[in-house]
Design a protein around this ligand. Structure first.
Ligand code: URA
Length: 234
């Protein structure tokens, strides 16, 4: 259908055109022809679907022993996503990631590079507390990595920060060592999209190995520099 606008331009009727499942948006403006990022509502609904999928897992020792799912915390609007290992006791009680001692240190690490925890998006490889805080088994990491990949696709971060060897293993496999891989920018392709990724030490590890904090600080500074280079507004 064609309608005549006041400015004498003929444009296709927006509502009708935009109602089709196509990758363009027709507007009466010279810019913004491509579909922009999904709306907040769509992202929220996809996150909700993913959470339901994880809650419906069967035959999962982690789920069977945990109090509740620990899905995520923070904001998905600012393009920075952090992935830890899995919930501990406090996270299991409160249903939020990184709220115990490691979480306190994470908050300080973020503050050191001028980031507020509530402005980044935080999740874990496994979404249920492993019994006695054991490390997730390789089979569990593989099983949950499918959800993690979907999670990353939904959040679509500009910077992905993998904290600790479990997060590294979930996306890059178990053949590499965190001591060698940390601190370098890498690219990972998920669902045909490339994500800029950095591996760094887990705060719980830093609580045990304070002498490693200097490496963590070097990584944090690289992250800040990249945020500035990419002009990410947080
Ligand atoms: N360690 C993690 O990896 N994640 C949490 O949520 C808490 C501690």
């Amino acid at each position: 259908m064609i309608v005549k606008e006041k400015n004498q331009n003929y444009i296709m009727k927006q509502d009708l055109i935009n109602s089709f499942e196509i990758d363009y948006i027709f507007e009466n403006k010279p810019i913004n022809r491509f579909k922009s990022k999904p709306t907040i509502e769509i992202t929220k609904s996809k996150l909700n679907d993913l959470q339901i999928k994880i809650k419906n897992l069967s035959n999962c020792e982690l789920k069977n022993n945990a109090k509740q799912i620990v899905f995520s915390d923070g904001s998905f609007k600012n393009s920075i996503m952090i992935v830890g290992e899995g919930p501990g006791q406090k996270e299991d009680e409160l249903g939020k990631p990184f709220v115990g001692d490691a979480g306190q240190l994470l908050n300080k690490m973020l503050a050191a590079i001028n980031l507020k925890r509530e402005n980044v998006y935080i999740t874990n490889v496994v979404n249920y507390r492993p019994p006695n805080n054991r490390k997730p088994e390789p089979a569990e990491i593989i099983r949950y990595s499918e959800f993690l990949r979907e999670h990353i696709s939904i959040i679509d971060p500009k910077i992905l920060i993998l904290m600790g060897s479990t997060a590294m293993e979930a996306l890059f496999g178990s053949k590499i060592k965190i001591s060698k891989e940390r601190g370098a920018w890498k690219e990972i392709i998920i669902n045909n999209k490339t994500y800029l990724t950095i591996i760094t030490f887990h705060p719980a590890y830093l609580l045990r190995q304070a002498d490693q904090k200097k490496y963590s600080w070097a990584d944090l500074k690289k992250i800040r520099k990249k945020i500035d280079e990419l002009n990410i507004k947080i």
